[in-house]
Each structure stands twice: as structure tokens, then as C-alpha cells.
Design a protein around this ligand. Structure first.
Ligand code: NAP
Length: 295
């Protein structure tokens, strides 16, 4: 049924460049329907050089909040009035709450990740974790996993310097043991042999290059770890397929996407969303990506 928009309908949104591929509008508008909230969520493609102008326009509108995606997650910070301690440490904001004309930035990616593992019964506390990749997503999830008392985290990346910086972030904020090295097929099993959880936090294997893997070695899943891929398009990457063939439990990135969105929606609307809403959304979008790989 088409939504009836009235003079009282609220507004939420997404800024980025591009935004056309995003499923956030479907996700948040579905949440509005489920929760009976009279708002709409719109994608806004922000042209290069226009971020400041767009953000100051938002101050004067009846928008309750917006998400921020590539390439503005760090650039947005200078235009905000306040940011959460977590977003400051991570150095990126994916959610902005507009409250009485003030803009407050948060990062809900890390919490989204932890909640998506929690949904599958996977705990972080006391675990030995290997993360492949050292970009923005790794910063967010590594910080949150360190706060959740992971025993050890190994960060493997093509550019070793970025892996080192994330280890320093972990060490400065927790008692988690942090190790880093260059990502190579011939050293991966040295780190994965005792791992409880292995995470692909690179875009390798994402649509349209779905036959690629971040690293490949026949021994890397020997310890029967839980294997996670932050990618959700495709729903099952080559990396997860190989893990599954080796008898591992696997988790894709859809749960993280849904939960970071749920947390943002909660902040903007000052409500708490029940657990079953996440399961409804995950099942809806698993079907969506199953049918429409590439969107
Ligand atoms: P990013 O900041 O651009 O970092 C990308 C990382 O991947 C870097 O460590 C980079 O290594 C590595 N990488 C890229 N291409 C590579 C290649 N050809 N060979 C080896 N390493 C390569 O990206 P991000 O924001 O961290 O995102 C990473 C992934 O997480 C993406 O697939 C993104 O879609 C996904 N993600 C998912 C969610 C979710 O909600 N599910 C949320 C955020 C991100 P270098 O440092 O050497 O360049």
C-alpha cells in the first residue's frame, strides 16, 4: 500500500555518493511501517564539494536524523556540533541525530556487527579473532570487539601500516592482545590455526567480482572457526562457501547492516526496537539479495 504523506510526516535520510545502490531506504521505511511511525527515509546523493551546504540545510529542516555513507563518514565530522566518544575514537560517523537544531554524530557499525553475531549465539568475550582488512569497517568492529573483551585480535592487511594503527587503537582502549601482519596466503594459517572467529573486512568477493577471495589457503579453516564476511551482496561469498565446505559456521554482513540501521532508527526516534524486527528484516533482505544479486 502506498504511504500517505501529510504535513506532519517526519523525515530521515541517507547522504553519500553514490546512494542509488543502498537498501537503507527500504530497510528504514519498512521499520516505519512495522513500528507505526509516520516518517519517510530518503536517499540524498550529495555532489562533491556540497557536503557543508547540505548539512547546514538539514539544520533548518524537520529532519530527525540521517545516515552517512561513503565517501563522507570522516568528512562529516567537521560539520557536527558533537560526536560520541566511540565515533571520535573510530574516526568515522555513520549516523547523525538532529536534535533541536544540533547535529550529534554516532557510529553504529561496531554495535551492528556485535549484535549480528549475538543473534547467531556468537560471543566475543575471551575469543581469538583474526580480521582480514584494516579499513574503516575494521576500525569500527575492532574497537567494539576489544571493548567486548576479545582475548586476542590479529589484523592482517595488504598495507601493513594500517593494520599496525588498528592494533594501537585496540591496545590503547582494552586489554585485548593485538597482533598485526601483512595479509599473505602463505602466512594465514599461522594466525588462523587457533582462531575462534575469522572475519573478512575487505570488499574482496563483493558483487560484481563474486569469484574472488581475500586470501586462500587449504589449511585456513582447520580449527573449525566461525567465519564472518561483512559483505552482504552476494549473500554467500566464495570465502563463506569455502568455510561452509570445511564445516564452519558462517555469518554474512546482512545482520550487521540491519542492526546498525536499527540502532540509528532507535537514536532518531528515541525508541527501542524489539529483537524480532531484526529477524523479520534479515529474512526479507536475504530473499531480496537471493533474487536480485547486484542491487
Ligand atoms: P575501506 O575503508 O575502503 O577498506 C578496505 C580494506 O580492504 C582495506 O584494508 C584494503 O587494504 C582492503 N582491500 C581492498 N582491496 C583489496 C585488494 N584488492 N587486496 C587486498 N586488500 C584489499 O572499506 P571498509 O569501509 O572498511 O569496508 C570493507 C568491507 O566491509 C566492504 O566490503 C564494505 O562493503 C563492508 N562493510 C559492510 C558493512 C555492513 O553493514 N555489512 C558495514 C561497513 C562495511 P589496504 O589498506 O591495503 O588498501
Amino acid at each position: 500500500m502506498t504511504k500517505l504523506i501529510t504535513g506532519k510526516t517526519g523525515l530521515m535520510g541517507l547522504i553519500g555518493n553514490p546512494v542509488e545502490h543502498s537498501i537503507s531506504p527500504q530497510m528504514h521505511n519498512t521499520m516505519c511501517e512495522i513500528m507505526g511511525i509516520d516518517s519517510v527515509y530518503m536517499p540524498f546523493h550529495v555532489k562533491a564539494g556540497q557536503l557543508g551546504a547540505v548539512v547546514s540545510a538539514f539544520r533548518g529542516l524537520n529532519i530527525s536524523g540521517f545516515n552517512v555513507t561513503i565517501p563522507y563518514k570522516t568528512d562529516i565530522i567537521e560539520f557536527l556540533d558533537e560526536i560520541s566518544n566511540e565515533a571520535k575514537i573510530i574516526g568515522a560517523v555513520n549516523t547523525v541525530h538532529v536534535s533541536n537544531g544540533r547535529l550529534i554524530g554516532y557510529n553504529t557499525d561496531g554495535q551492528g556487527f556485535i549484535s549480528s553475531l549475538g543473534l547467531q549465539g556468537v560471543e566475543i568475550k575471551g575469543k581469538d579473532i583474526v580480521v582480514i582488512g584494516a579499513g574503516g569497517a575494521t576500525r569500527a568492529i575492532a574497537y567494539k570487539m576489544a571493548k567486548a573483551e576479545a582475548k586476542k585480535m590479529t589484523i592482517l592487511n595488504r598495507s601493513i601500516e594500517k593494520a599496525k594503527i588498528i592494533c594501537e587503537l585496540i591496545q590503547a582502549n582494552s586489554l585485548t592482545e593485538a597482533v598485526f601482519n601483512e595479509l599473505r596466503p602463505n602466512n594465514i594459517s599461522k594466525y588462523t590455526k587457533d582462531a575462534d572467529i575469522i572475519i573478512n573486512s575487505t570488499p574482496i568477493g563483493m558483487y560484481p567480482k563474486t569469484n574472488e577471495m581475500p586470501v586462500d589457503n587449504d589449511d585456513m579453516f582447520r580449527n573449525n572457526p566461525c567465519v564472518v564476511d561483512l559483505i552482504y551482496n552476494p549473500i554467500k561469498t566464495e570465502f563463506l562457501k569455502k568455510a561452509e565446505k570445511n564445516g564452519c559456521m558462517t555469518i554474512n554482513g546482512l545482520g550487521m547492516l540491519i542492526y546498525q540501521g536499527i540502532r540509528a532508527f532507535e537514536i532518531w526516534n528515541n525508541i527501542q526496537i524489539e529483537e524480532n524486527v531484526a529477524s523479520v528484516l534479515i529474512s526479507k533482505f536475504t530473499q531480496h539479495f537471493g533474487l536480485h544479486e547486484g542491487f
